[in-house]
Design a binder for this molecule. Structure first.
Ligand code: HEM
Length: 267
């Protein structure tokens, strides 16, 4: 927000310019630092998703900062080793990268394949649920848009998008069991996300200097279910089980014709 003319031009930040331009006037109008505003808006945003977390919100970040150098944010076409190394530089273990990627449960792409903006990463982009962790393990069968793009691999459902990085981290021996663990435990998934986001939110800050204003974050509605399902038309045979230590859980399949996922409408 402070250096939009520099940082939003970095390739890895593609698409962030929209939300930066929408939010900057609020931060300026209310005299809130950009760091605080981004944390506040993110916490309120995910609280709107059914089953979502109630993230801690600490206020009091300074508005003094410097532009980040380019090439520090992971790209979906980066190898897992590179992604884990970069996130490790910031203090996150490979399993904590999985915990951060819970965010992709409520996410869609606009720019990897620009011909199909709003294509979500799971079949329930409005719900903070574990469908993302099941669906990324299904065998890929199709490209939802104009064919293979850099950073994209085949997805299992019409209208669903699969990032190469999500595909690989789901299957990596270092992270496959953390990935699988959320499929039958929505509460665990939310607790892990709240914890890792609390860590992310104070990177570069001294938490002692911040004030806990978490009570202003809305309480999300409860999750529809603790256990994810197989999308209609899929069976357990379509799962590419990747955690060697724990068998894949037996979950039910949704009834009805093969699942096709609608795009997320523009905001
Ligand atoms: C680990 C490496 C990561 C990679 C390679 C990655 C990659 C991507 C890509 C390529 C998109 C689509 C952007 C577009 O085309 O508009 C995306 C969307 C998104 N990502 Fe990630 N991501 C990563 C980690 C994270 C983390 C740590 C968070 C937050 C904690 C996050 C939250 C999101 C959200 C919320 C969206 C959807 C934005 C929207 O719907 O407009 N991602 N990610």
């Amino acid at each position: 927000m402070a250096f939009a003319e520099i940082e939003t031009n970095f390739h890895a930040n593609g698409g962030i310019d929209d939300i930066v331009e929408a939010q900057r006037p609020f931060a300026l109008k209310h005299g809130v630092s950009f760091g605080d505003f981004i944390q506040f808006a993110g916490a309120v945003g995910v609280s709107n998703c059914a089953g979502g977390p109630r993230l801690q919100f600490l206020a009091g970040r300074s508005n003094f900062s410097l532009p980040a150098p380019d090439l520090t944010v992971p790209e979906p076409f980066d190898a897992t080793d590179k992604i884990f190394a970069r996130m490790g530089d910031a203090g996150f273990s490979p399993n904590e990268v999985v915990d951060l990627l819970i965010s992709h449960s409520v996410a869609a792409q606009d720019h990897v394949d620009p011909t199909i903006p709003g294509t979500p990463f799971d079949s329930t982009p409005g719900d903070f649920d574990a469908q993302f962790f099941v669906e990324t393990l299904l065998q890929g069968t199709l490209f939802p848009g104009n064919g293979s793009n850099t950073g994209e691999v085949m997805s299992p459902l019409a209208g669903e998008f699969r990032l190469q990085s999500d595909f690989e981290i789901a299957r990596d021996a270092r992270t496959a069991c953390e990935w699988q663990s959320f499929i039958t435990d929505q509460n665990l998934m939310v607790a892990k996300f709240e914890s890792v986001m609390a860590k992310l939110a104070v990177l570069g800050q001294n938490p002692q200097d911040l004030v806990d204003c978490s009570e202003i974050i809305p309480v999300p509605s409860v999750a529809k279910s603790q256990v994810a399902t197989l999308p209609a038309g899929k069976t357990l045979a379509d799962i590419e089980q990747s955690c060697n230590a724990v068998p894949f859980p037996v979950i039910s399949a949704d009834p009805g014709p093969a699942t096709s996922v609608a795009p997320v409408p523009p905001s």
